[in-house]
Design a protein around this ligand. Structure first.
Ligand code: CA
Length: 223
């Protein structure tokens, strides 16, 4: 997932970039409205974080011109928590709005919520509760904890994550992950699931990878 931050306060921009990078997002920064608009129009971002108070072009003007051509989700940031600013931003097509100062946790929650609204099939990061499966970088996290998986474990987790909430039979998993000619001893699925579960679930309170007796496995948030 690629995010553009348009913010002239460099300290704020680099703070946000650091956090988002740690959360596995790819981040670009523009420090004025004109450059921000150019990048947002000419490159493909999944989300734009747009400050209102900007040199060259202010955030409202950037948003107005962006919306003529593109519907990239926009999270507006402003120093002022006034109803007028909020209404103006939303009328111009902002998807969400956050007033400075804000807590980083809230910022990240808003980002995730906006990205979840993106249409299925265009997503590079699959999320189940606090589990994140980054299909581009092939990285997995639970909350702030990075989880290392082998290529085969990753393939299994990706399959389960893409069909989260769906019970997958051992036979189906075998056919998707292993060679069709593989001697289909379904025990091999159980062993692989056990290894993935040990990494993504065992040290966390909330369990995500469930066994459905007599049927197979399902990855879902049951809370
Ligand atoms: Ca600013």
């Amino acid at each position: 997932m690629r995010i553009l931050i348009v913010e002239d306060e460099l300290k704020m921009a680099s703070y946000l970039r650091k956090g988002l990078t740690e959360a596995s997002y790819t981040v670009d920064i523009a420090d004025n409205g004109r450059d921000g608009l150019f990048l947002a129009l000419h490159e493909n971002f999944d989300l734009v974080v747009l400050d209102v108070m900007l040199p060259e072009l202010n955030g409202f003007e950037v948003l107005r011109r962006l919306r003529v051509q593109k519907q990239t989700p926009v999270l507006l940031l402003t120093a002022r928590d006034t109803i007028d600013d909020k209404v103006a931003g939303l009328e111009l097509g902002a998807d969400d709005y956050l007033s400075k100062p804000f807590a980083y946790a809230e910022f990240l929650a808003r980002i995730r919520s906006l990205l979840r609204r993106a249409p299925r099939g265009t997503r590079d990061v699959l999320t189940i509760a606090d589990l994140e499966v980054d299909l581009i970088r092939r990285r997995v996290r639970r909350g702030e904890t990075r989880i290392d998986l082998t290529a085969q474990e990753f393939a299994l987790l990706q399959l389960l994550a893409e069909r989260q909430g769906e019970v997958l039979t051992r036979t189906f998993i075998t056919s998707q992950i292993w060679d069709m000619n593989f001697d289909s001893d379904t025990n091999v699925v159980d062993v692989a699931v056990k290894r993935v579960r040990a990494k993504i679930d065992n040290s966390f309170d909330k369990k995500l990878l469930h066994t459905v007796r007599g049927m197979g496995y399902v990855l879902e948030d049951r809370s």
